[in-house]
Ligand binder design. Structure first.
Ligand SMILES: [Zn+2]
Ligand SMILES: [Zn+2]
Length: 327
């Protein structure tokens, strides 16, 4: 017959064995994390991997299972609703930085145009989806209510970075997707003015200093005056299709950017700083409902005349419609 003491001892022994295994099980658990494939809608989404790497089935990066639900998340800031789709964990880790840039520049752009962006049915919105991916070079694409954003730590032009690329794409929710060009001939305005306002806003937000903005603009001026199309093809014709737009990238993007800068300074100095290019942007937002009226260069000339009283027909004839070099 067992004594009370021996039962107690055997119980104690059993308990220590149990404790021992519990510790082992738990310590193993904290050392190995489960990994899953970045959601790709293929069967491999169901697989569990024991270490980070690339999914052998779809070649997408493996992510921590515990981060899975954060890869698709909605951030609400005031009226603004950002639906993120992060395509890798490094992008997820930068969510707070992206959100700060987006919320601040969204407010600036909304003030500039006088309202939220409008979708393809002309309904205003303050919610959009953004797919974020880390790549070798920053870049992106915008559609109504959606942005594709690729970022990298590499600088773009001058003091440009993924931050200004993100701001450029966000600007397209208004310029390009709310007010829309008749055809590719207006990319000098669509792209160039977006770059101009990106850098102007970046200065106002403190992302780049005024000096850094000026030296970046000086590079832009250099790219424009050195572009191979200058003197051979007009800024408008250069943007007409994807092929010529790519071949004349500097003429379209930087020619447009410098045009915006020159016009803004000129309008400000001629009106004692009472008018600026901002008035044109508001006028376009008010008068060009995407569903009813697409703009072209004549509308830009008209808009500046109406909002500032200045006629730039000759300037446009010289630098936008034909191919004169600016010197
Ligand atoms: Zn996979
Ligand atoms: Zn663009």
């Amino acid at each position: 017959m067992k004594t009370l003491k021996s039962s107690y001892q055997s119980l104690k022994k059993q308990f220590s064995i149990l404790l021992f295994f519990t510790i082992i099980v738990f310590s193993c658990k904290s050392e190995t994390e489960d990994y899953v494939c970045t959601p790709c809608d293929l069967e491999c989404d169901e697989l569990i991997f024991s270490e980070p790497g690339i999914c052998p089935h779809c070649n997408m990066a493996l992510i921590k299972k515990s981060d899975l639900e954060k890869m698709n998340q909605t951030i609400i800031s005031g009226d603004l609703k950002i639906n993120y789709k992060f395509l890798d964990e490094e992008s997820l880790e930068k969510e707070a930085e992206f959100t700060e840039i987006i919320t601040k520049s969204f407010t600036f752009y909304k003030d500039l145009f006088g309202g939220n962006p409008r979708d393809t049915l002309d309904a205003t919105y303050a919610d959009f989806t953004i797919k974020v991916k880390k790549t070798n070079d920053s870049g992106g694409e915008a559609d109504a209510k959606s942005i594709m954003f690729n970022w990298s730590e590499n600088n773009t032009l001058g003091y440009g970075s993924w931050k200004t690329v993100l701001m450029h794409e966000l600007f397209h929710l208004w310029n390009g997707e709310t007010i829309r060009y008749k055809n590719g001939e207006e990319h000098w305005f669509n792209e160039g003015f977006s770059e101009f306002y990106t850098f102007q806003t970046a200065v106002r937000m403190g992302i780049v200093s005024p000096e850094e903005m000026l030296s970046t603009s000086a590079l832009s001026l250099g790219y424009y005056t050195g572009s191979k199309g200058l003197g051979n093809i007009s800024m408008r014709t250069a943007g007409v299709d994807d092929k010529t737009k790519f071949e004349n990238f500097f003429l379209v993007y930087h020619g447009g950017w410098i045009t915006a800068m020159v016009l803004d300074v000129d309008i400000r100095s001629k009106t004692n700083n009472e008018k600026s290019l901002d008035d044109l942007m508001k006028w376009l937002y008010e008068n060009f409902l995407r569903t009813e009226k697409l703009y072209d260069t004549t509308d830009i000339i008209n808009g500046i005349k109406i909002t500032s009283g200045i006629d730039y027909t000759e300037f446009f004839n010289t630098y936008i419609y034909i191919t004169l070099r600016p010197y």
